[in-house]
Ligand binder design. Structure first.
Ligand SMILES: [Zn+2]
Ligand SMILES: [Zn+2]
Length: 110
């Protein structure tokens, strides 16, 4: 079932599965034709916009966070997009980078 809004007569009607995918608007003196595929596309776009405007939530404590890449102010976990990084791993990564940098520096000085 899908709600279709007719741009010509400004009325909405419900499309059900047993109706054709392309047909005339059910309002008696309206000549607009709907296409269910185009309407579905519109619906998907609308959903995408809605999702974008939603507030972000911390995956650990569900508290509100300002951006995808941040440290949660509620539980202090590091939030990196959809992938969650435990603080422990983050520091390990930083240590590894420092070790690599020091090695590069050593060989460079030689
Ligand atoms: Zn109509
Ligand atoms: Zn949190």
């Amino acid at each position: 079932m899908l709600k279709i809004h007719c741009p010509q007569c400004n009325k909405s009607f419900l499309w059900t599965d047993n109706m054709p995918t392309q047909d005339k608007c059910p309002t008696p003196d309206c000549s607009w034709n709907y296409n269910i595929h185009a309407e579905l596309k519109k619906n998907v776009n609308r959903h995408a916009v809605e999702v974008k405007s939603q507030t972000l939530h911390c995956p650990f404590c569900q508290g509100e966070i300002a951006s995808k890449f941040t440290i949660c102010p509620h539980c202090s976990q590091i939030v990196m997009g959809k992938k969650m990084l435990k603080k422990r791993y983050f520091f390990l990564a930083v240590c590894l980078i420092l070790v690599i940098l020091s090695l590069i520096f050593k060989y460079w000085v030689k």
